[in-house]
Design a protein around this ligand. Structure first.
Ligand code: ADP
Length: 416
């Protein structure tokens, strides 16, 4: 093959890597196809949605208006034969070729005298046809013309396939976003609607517990204990939903961090003892304070401590430590428990994410504790993160700005 033709072909390969837009790329490809094979025109056809007919995907500008909506039948057309059989075809004299479809010529007022067509395929998948018409000077189509056209068809195939894949990815992303919206709506509605009947069950069970014969009290205790557990889960989901929908509010006041730590310590002391885990606090200076909502900071810290106790072995250690850093108060919950595998670290703050499958895990839980903690901390303009080594332990840390900008007020806050 001549050097200049080869260079032009290579140039095209480069274009394919840099071009994101299919249409201009295919138009320059058909221009190159007619130039390199010495033909008057070139075009690309693709199957319609049902693969029953072909239509033009790229045409020279002077035929675009006339031919953009024409349908080429798969039977009784040269392009249709090439598409169906996946083989190149040369038609030296179109007037003598029974498969030649005359409809397009009539519409474009173009006289097709000869043509060569090659299939465009990608890994066995039929994508279309590339054809050139009317070899200038009525010369014969050569073997070299065919090889050239097939090389260009390969490049067209890659470009078309890329576009199909891009469209598919985009469509999948849109479907995922839609599913995510539906999931959030469902979670929101379900959690709010479950709250009231559950409150009634709990209220009535607690009342019955007081008045019932002592021999039935144990059964009511089971109902009450499990209702409380269910209520905690529903409250967690509803809390997050409130933040996500922007209706959650912060009751912002000066909060003494040491007090929050002591309160959380107090509520887990028994559990730590029961599990033979040493629970210690190093709460920093007395006056360390943030502007925030003590109940929400306490929920976040409790969830971290609860996990540390849950994922530590007997004789393990859990430390809650606080310190002042410029502009922030930093609180860490450090344990020497089972740790978290590297691959899970970036996901554990997602809603419902659990390292161990829900079915095989021994620890219960719903995969909500950390996502709730994250939401609570971020509502305050803070940040939360984890460092962990599997088998060695975890260090969950959050920072809260010393001043949130909302003093003594109730403010609606949505997550950033
Ligand atoms: P769950 O309520 O199921 O514990 P979380 O959102 O609180 O859900 O935690 C998500 C997952 O992160 C847990 O299932 C657990 O696998 C892992 N995890 C959280 N904290 C720790 C920790 N301190 N040590 C080891 N793994 C942890």
């Amino acid at each position: 093959m001549e050097r200049s033709r080869l260079e032009r072909l290579v140039e095209f390969g480069r274009g394919l890597c840099s071009s994101l837009d299919l249409e201009p790329f295919l138009h320059s490809l058909i221009a190159a196809a007619s130039e390199l094979t010495g033909c008057e025109t070139a075009s690309i056809l693709e199957p319609d949605e049902n693969e029953e007919q072909l239509r033009f995907l790229a045409l020279p500008w002077f035929h675009r208006e006339a031919l953009k909506s024409v349908k080429i039948p798969l039977k009784n057309s040269v392009a249709g034969w090439v598409f169906e059989n996946g083989q190149a075809l040369v038609v030296p004299d179109a007037s003598a070729e029974p498969r030649h479809f005359k409809g397009a010529d009539q519409l474009s007022k173009f006289g097709t005298r000869s043509l060569m067509a090659v299939p465009i395929t990608y890994q066995g998948q039929k994508l279309g046809v590339l054809e050139v018409t009317n070899k200038i000077g009525e010369a014969h189509y050569t073997e070299e013309d065919r090889i050239l056209l097939e090389a260009l068809a390969c490049q067209a195939a890659t470009a078309i396939q890329n576009t199909h894949l891009m469209n598919k990815v985009q469509q999948t992303e849109e479907e995922l976003a839609q599913l995510n919206r539906m999931k959030n709506d469902f979670i929101g509605i379900a959690s709010h609607d479950l709250r009231s009947p559950l409150g009634l069950i709990l209220g009535h069970a607690t009342f019955l517990r007081e008045v019932i014969d002592p021999e039935y009290q144990a059964q009511l205790d089971v109902i009450i204990r499990n209702s409380i557990r269910l209520k905690e889960v529903i409250d967690s989901i509803a809390n997050m939903d409130d933040v996500q929908s922007g209706i959650a509010s912060l009751q912002t006041r000066p909060v003494i961090i040491k007090r929050v730590i002591e309160e959380v310590m107090g509520s887990f002391r028994q559990e730590a003892l029961k599990r033979h885990i040493s629970l210690r606090a190093d709460p920093g200076q007395e006056e360390m304070m943030v502007q925030g909502d003590a109940s929400k900071i306490s929920i976040a810290l409790s969830n971290l401590v609860q996990n540390s106790l849950l994922f530590s072995n007997p004789e393990g250690h859990v430390l809650i430590a606080a310190e002042q850093i410029p502009g922030y108060v930093k609180v860490s919950v450090i344990d020497d428990g089972i740790g978290i595998p590297c691959k899970d670290l970036s996901h554990i703050f997602e809603r419902f994410y659990q390292v161990e499958s829900h079915l095989s895990r021994k620890h219960g839980g719903m995969g909500l504790g950390l996502s709730v903690a994250k939401v609570m901390i971020e509502m305050h303009g803070g940040r939360i993160w984890v460092e962990s080594i599997e088998g060695k332990g975890s260090n969950f840390t959050f920072i809260l700005p010393v001043s949130s900008g909302q003093t003594g007020e109730t403010g609606n806050v949505s997550p950033s």
